[in-house]
Design a protein around this ligand. Sequence first.
Ligand SMILES: CC(=O)Nc1cnc2ccccc2c1
Length: 446
Amino acid sequence: ANGGGGGRSGSIVAPPLLTQDEDFQKIDVNPPKGTRDFPPEDMRLRNWLFNHFKEVSRLFGYEEVDFPVLETEALFLRKAGEEIRDQLYCFEDRGNRRVALRPELTPSLARLVIQKGKSVSLPLKWFAVGQCWRYERMTRGRRREHYQWNMDIIGVPQVTAEAELISSIVTFFKRIGITASDVGFKVSSRKVLQELLTKYGVTEDMFGRVCIIIDKIEKIPIDEIKKELGFTGISEDAIEQLLQVLSVKSLDDLEDILGGAGEAIADLKQLFSLAEKFGYSEWIQFDASVVRGLAYYTGIVFEGFDRKGKLRAICGGGRYDRLLSTYGGDDIPACGFGFGDAVIVELLKEKDLLPELGQEVENIVCALDKDLQGAAATVATALRDKGQTVDLVLESKPLKWVFKRAARVNARRLVLVGKTEWEDGSVSVKVLSSGEQFQVKLSDLE
Ligand SMILES: CC(=O)Nc1cnc2ccccc2c1
C-alpha cells in the first residue's frame, strides 16, 4: 500500500511514462552478500532459539537491553590487532561521521553503563540478543552478519559472576537437549599470561596484543606465532617458556610453575569449586591455551566447544575489568559472554536436535458464499477476541481450495459460515483431525 499518497482521492494524475529503462530493470531479489533473509520456516527456528536465550536470561534474573546496530567507529578502534577490528563494517555517513555496524555488543553495553553512571545501582545483570556485522572479502564466502546472545554482569569483582554466567549457558544447553558429553567449556585466566609476562618484563600495553597472537595458536603455524610474539619484544627463551606453560593440562601443574601466590590460581580454584556447587563440574575443564580473541579480557576466560572437535567455538566470554575505564568510565569490574546463532544450529543438526516447527493455526474461517463474507469477518473477530488464532479466508474460494489451505496451515478446525445456519446465528465446525462436524451457536463457540 502506498499510504495516503496515491489513493482514489483527489485529481487523478497520469503516472509519468516509464521511459528510462531503469524503471523496468528487475532488481536482485537476493539479500546483500553475506546476509540472510528469514522466511517463515527459518524465522520459526530463529524465534525458537532466541526464546530459549531470553527465557534462560530471565530465569537468571537478567534484564533485557538493546543498542543501535550503528555506533561511532571509535567505540571499536582497539589497537591490539584483533580480527574483529580488521573486519569492521565501517564507513563515513552523509554527515561525514565515521560510523560502524557493531561487530559485537559488549562495547555498546559498556557505553550505556557509563552513560547511566550513578543513576543505576550495581550490580547490573543485563542481556541482549542483537545482530552483529563484519565486512570481509567475500572470497571466504562467510557470513557478514550473525545474531549474538550476550549476558553481562557489571560491578561484581568475584568469580561468582563468571561461575553464574557459565551456569546460565549450561542451563540453555540442557533446555535444548545438549549434554556434557556433547559440549564442554575450556576455562583459563588471562592472569596466567599476565603473571608470566610480568616475569618476562613485558609491559602492560603489550598484554592485549600478546593475547591476540596466542589466540591464533591453533589457526596459524607455531613459527608465525613465535615471530609475531618476537615483535612484541618478548625474548626467544621467554617465548619458549610461555608456550610451554600454555600446554599445561592441570591446575596443579600450573601452580607448580606460577607458585600458589598469584590471583590466577586462586580465581581458577574458586571457579572450579563453585562449578561443583552450581552442579556443572562435568561441563568444564582447565585449559591454559584458552585466551579468546578479544583484547579487553583481563581475567577468567572460557569458551564452549563441541567434544567431537568438528565445529568452531560455540560461545565464549570472560572478565573485562578495564573496558569501562578505557572508555573514560569509572573502574567498574565486568564480565560477560557472547553466543552466536550459527555454530549452535550446526551442532543441533549434528546431534539431530533441530526442533520440528510447523505453522499452527486453530481455526480457518470461511464464508460458504460471497455475500456471507461479512458474517465470516464477524465470526473471525469473535474467535480472535477470545484469543483463538484464525486464518480468515478473504476471497470466495471453492471448498476444495479451503481444505487444501487448512492442511497447509495445519489448522485444527474449519469454521464454515453457511446461509441457513447463519440465519439462526450458528456456524458449522469441522474438527480436521477426527472429521467430527457439528453446528454451534456463535455465542457458544470457544
Ligand atoms: C559462523 C558465523 O556466521 N560467524 C559470524 C558471522 N558474522 C559475524 C559478524 C560479526 C562478527 C562475527 C561474526 C561471526
